[in-house]
Design a protein around this ligand. Structure first.
Ligand SMILES: O=P(O)(O)OC[C@H]1O[C@H](O[C@H]2O[C@H](CO)[C@@H](O)[C@H](O)[C@H]2O)[C@H](O)[C@@H](O)[C@@H]1O
Length: 268
């Protein structure tokens, strides 16, 4: 699906520009709730899952932005919640992990689907996939498993076939999640849209206009929910990317610049 409605917000537009979105968040923080995807949105993509870098200053800027919004800032990621926590340690943001299928509540408790015996067995078998397909990387995320082929794109079809067989064996309660150079098996109890909806039902998010930033297929569920609620959906990527988001930023650096700009402006 080509998105003819996506507008480049880094360039002036008659309706809304990145500058006036920043100005609104600076002057009326109580109106907005911000939701950020991590890989490809806050952070630049890397060759392997563990090679990502959190740029200096980003955690402090996110903490300041969160304080400005009275805490209405959440990370909604495909990463395991526990891993995402380590990226921004020691601060603990509200986080929904594994594509929205696990979520930390206000009281600190985490809701998550318990892995089935079938899933655990299949995960164990998938761990041996690199023996047959060198270069393929298996990421064990606890209640989900990702198989990456970024370093061996020529093996995409083989990974696809292996994952179709795997998901059939896992059976009920799981779904095959597509992503950037990756295929994952994750619980089907929720998605990123469901996670946003749950956040928007509780303080400090309730009653606010959602603004969601994301770059990947899994973020489309967030954009759908945000669009339905009259919020702002912002896709990170090229104008030709397929998305239902209504705004665009070109790359993670532009997201980080936007965050830094809000944080600096609110000080004056
Ligand atoms: O929802 P996100 O926060 O964007 O997480 C999506 C997946 O991100 C990671 O994989 C992606 O980023 C890697 C590091 O840059 C890259 O090597 C890989 O090709 C990308 O698919 C993460 O490893 C996955 O578990 C997340 O689901």
């Amino acid at each position: 699906m080509t998105n003819a409605q996506t507008t480049e917000i880094s360039e002036p537009s008659p309706r809304e520009t990145i500058a006036n979105l920043i100005a609104s968040i600076v002057s009326e923080p109580e109106r907005y709730a911000l939701f950020f995807d991590i890989d490809g949105t806050l952070l630049d993509l890397a060759e392997t899952p563990d090679a990502i870098k959190v740029p200096e200053g980003l955690t402090d800027d996110l903490i300041a932005l969160s304080a400005h919004l009275n805490g209405a800032l959440a990370l909604v990621t495909g990463r395991a919640l526990s891993y995402a926590d380590t990226l921004f340690s020691p601060h603990r943001f509200p986080i929904a992990g594994l594509h929205g299928t696990e979520r930390r509540l206000l009281d600190g408790n985490i809701i998550r689907a318990e892995p089935t015996a079938e899933f655990l067995e299949v995960k164990q078998r998938l761990a041996t996939l690199p023996e047959s397909f060198p270069g393929v990387l298996v990421e064990d995320k606890g209640a989900a498993v990702a198989v990456h082929f970024r370093q061996v794109p020529e093996l995409a079809n083989h990974v696809g076939e292996a994952m179709r067989v795997a998901i059939a064996k896992v059976g009920a309660g799981y779904t095959l999640q597509h992503g950037k150079m990756v295929l994952e098996i994750r619980p089907d109890n929720a998605d990123k849209g469901g996670a946003l909806e749950a956040y928007l039902a509780e303080p400090p998010f309730a009653g606010r206009i959602p603004i969601a930033f994301g770059d990947d297929v899994t973020d489309e569920a967030m954009f759908k929910l945000v669009n339905a609620k009259g919020g702002k959906s912002i896709h990170i990527g090229a104008p030709t990317d397929s998305t239902i988001a209504r705004k665009r930023l070109s790359r993670p650096q532009a997201v980080r610049d936007m965050i830094a700009s809000i944080v600096r402006k609110r000080l004056y």
